[in-house]
Design a protein. Sequence first.
Length: 457
Amino acid sequence: MAEALIESSRTHVLPLELARRYPVIVRGEGVWVEDAAGHRYLDAMSGGSMAATLGHGRRDIIAAARAQAERLAYVHNERLTNPAQERLARELVELAPDGFTRARFVTSGSDANEMAVQLARSYHVERGDPQRWQVISPAQAYHGPTMQTLALTGRPGLHGPFGPYFPHHLHIPPSTWRFDPTGEAALEALDRTLDEAGPGNVSAYFCEPISAAALPAYTPPRRFWEGLAERRERHGFLVLFDEVVTGVGRTGRWFAGEGTACRPDIIATAKGLGAGYTAIGAILVREHVYEAITRGARRFTLGHTWDGAPLACAVGLAVLHAMRSEGLVKRVRDRGRVLQEELESALDGIAMVREVRGHGYLLGVSFVDPRDGDSFLPRELRVGGRIDEAAFRRELITLSTQPTRDGYAGDQTLFAPPFTTTDDELAEMVSRFADTVREVAAGVDSELAATTTGAKR
């Protein structure tokens, strides 16, 4: 394809945004991708969605996929299993937090999240609590585009016209520095929500241990996690962790939930398991959840055609082998701390930057109105969008979000490079990003000053 940019009027693809012109990326190597015009971009977002955790063009993973495809590419897991699936389940359980004994494979993060909710419901039904179906989740989150996972997201701006299809789940505010720095207000909101639903009707509390795109690199304070564990013990609901992004090394742990004071009952994960080379996800299950199924119907048959397919599982095995043999979880943990400090230093003095927060190679930069250093920036300034556009002009790929209708989040940028990024490449990413933010901040300062001057007149 010779064209470097594709518009909706010149493609048979139904694009996500019809008003957007899409750059055509034709190849990738390491942390670089190249478009059809020959421009090379530093990929600070691991493929754009944090999935390409090991970078592009890994010959070892490609070879593993080819070898498996030549031997056996596909069998359905309803009546058959295969060595790759069995081995991947065993290795993944070994890497999971203590108490997790089973894995089920799916094809995406939203599938994993949806299956986690289904399994929680089955757990309660098998235990004789069929009235438990309600799920509570933080309002400011994102869990996927299916009807169930969108319902778990309490952001009306994402719901669009699909509200009539959603189950009515309940939400509590996030305990961020702006609204609830101690976590106590979120616990009080959780108590009110439990009372509203009726504690005996609640199936699960569903959340990210560390947030990805919605509140980049944010996690509630320790007191919230302690309080959540206390309430689970008291009321009998399950705790489900969405580790679609954070699982398999992104935060410097195999699973981010290990760092909280509340051990989950079910974990959903995806992106890092396939590292961008195949579509694969998984749910990990603690033994007591599995035991409820064994003592009940002894079946949990929902799934999709490609769940547990040998080709995808072989890629997952190659990814885990690369992660272990190259010491990448430790690399992300140790280098991530330094990366956050480097990013903070590079952005120091820019009044629009309120905070740089991070866990491993999951970093978030939040922006505020420079006039008071606290308020969200006016939505009409489109600061998040301008950051991504200015970064792309500098041949750097980033991902930003803009203020949400619920008022819980403002403009933010996510910084999530591949685990294999060299120190020189990280330094170049930080430099290009800092230049980007300075450019946008200067424009914002000018526009805000003009608005203030006009108001005085």
